[in-house]
Design a protein around this ligand. Structure first.
Ligand SMILES: Cc1ncc(C[n+]2csc(CCOP(=O)(O)OP(=O)(O)O)c2C)c(N)n1
Length: 357
């Protein structure tokens, strides 16, 4: 069976900025497209700022997502307040779009506990660093919501590498058997750090992995925000209506390094990123679309950029204003009730502080 044919890439707006009228039957409003552009620009500017802050030593190691804005922003816009979001370490374009504060987002990158705390009313889990562990949390929470008879859903993000983990398969199996209202949102950016997908799996697509669990699965152009938004919305509606989970494979690309501690030129030709910036870029695509409609507005763009710059600078000032953490906090947030080993470490630290050691 040719899986590439079975799971074709769904696209609503192509690289030339043209609308696929087969997919889009209704109207696409100018306001919607401008809102998409503004949110992706905000995400991109925040990402660039964070890379610069890391280089200046003002935040720690940072995980960039530039190139993946359409996948994260478009999907985050498809859920509502009260729903649950489970990000990995690369998904802060999604969390900031869903409502996470930029101040707290920056606090995460200086290692502060506040970084994992979402605003009141926003169900955003802290970023998962152990690969694929968040799929189990998302599935379990969705199942709990189902048992409570709410119509709340989980949206969980993970990379291509995560689909080689046991947790991915356990999550999909459980969600399928118990019809958990969860949307499994995969960003296939082609690499798990230095390992390309072809070296990591024999599957030609991620979407086909849903077949084994009888989960409706779809492959979409992850750089086409309209496709991401519309298809995630459909999956969210299915989950809300009690029809169970969906697996979405959003095909995308990260332009930069895996993290600020990585050098991608060691394992791939970075000119591929330069090529993609001028061909498949998610913001460029909307710019082309707007230009074709004679709706590209330089003045609006300049104002929008200024507003975003101000918002980011305010958040940065707020983050840098937060008093330094007490070392004792290291011992406070590991478990609800500290284990004896943690108590012992806390005691040791306190005796150093008292000058007894
Ligand atoms: C359980 C576990 N194993 C290994 C790692 C080390 N590690 C960190 S990122 C990463 C690659 C993950 O790739 P992918 O799932 O494609 O996500 P991406 O980083 O591309 O967003 C690995 C193996 C980890 N964090 N957790």
């Amino acid at each position: 069976m040719d899986m590439l044919k079975q799971f074709p890439i769904t696209q609503y707006i192509n690289e030339e900025g043209e609308l696929n009228t087969n997919e889009m039957k209704g109207e696409v409003s100018l306001d919607l497209i401008k809102m998409f552009y503004q949110k992706m620009l905000r995400a991109r500017m925040m990402d660039k700022k964070c890379v610069n802050l890391q280089r200046q030593g003002r935040i720690g190691t940072y995980v960039q997502y530039e190139g993946q804005e359409a996948a994260q922003v478009g999907s985050a816009l498809a859920i509502e307040e009260g729903d649950w979001m489970f990000p990995s370490y690369r998904d802060h374009a999604a969390t900031m779009t869903f409502g996470h504060s930029l101040r707290n987002l920056l606090l995460y990158w200086v290692g502060r506990i506040e970084g994992g705390i979402p605003p009141e009313g926003k169900n955003i889990f802290p970023p998962a660093v152990p690969i694929a562990s968040q799929l189990l949390h998302a599935t379990g929470v969705a199942w709990a919501e189902k048992k409570k008879n709410t119509d709340r859903v989980s949206l969980v993000y993970f990379g291509d590498g995560a689909t080689s983990e046991g947790d991915f398969h356990e999550g999909l199996n459980f969600a399928s058997v118990f019809r958990s209202p969860v949307v499994f949102f995969n960003q296939n950016n082609g690499y798990a750090i230095s390992v390309p997908t072809e070296k990591q799996m024999n599957s030609k697509t991620i979407a086909q992995k849903g077949l084994g669990y009888d989960i409706p699965s779809i492959r979409i152009d992850g750089n086409d925000i309209l496709a991401v938004f519309m298809e995630t919305q459909k999956a969210v509606e299915r989950a809300r209506n009690g029809e169970g989970p969906t697996l979405i494979e959003a095909v995308t690309w990260r332009y930069g390094a895996h993290t600020t501690a990585d050098d991608p030129s060691k394992y791939r030709d970075q000119s591929e990123s330069d090529r993609r910036r001028t061909t498949t870029d998610p913001l460029l695509r909307l710019e082309k679309y707007l230009k074709q409609q004679n709706n590209w507005d330089e003045e609006w763009l300049a104002e929008t950029e200024q507003e975003i710059t101000d918002e980011i600078n305010t958040a940065l000032a707020e983050m840098e204003d937060v008093p330094e953490a007490e070392i004792e906090q290291l011992f406070s947030h590991v478990f609800e009730k500290p284990t004896w080993t943690i108590e012992q470490q806390r005691e040791h630290h306190m005796s150093i502080k008292r000058g007894q050691v």
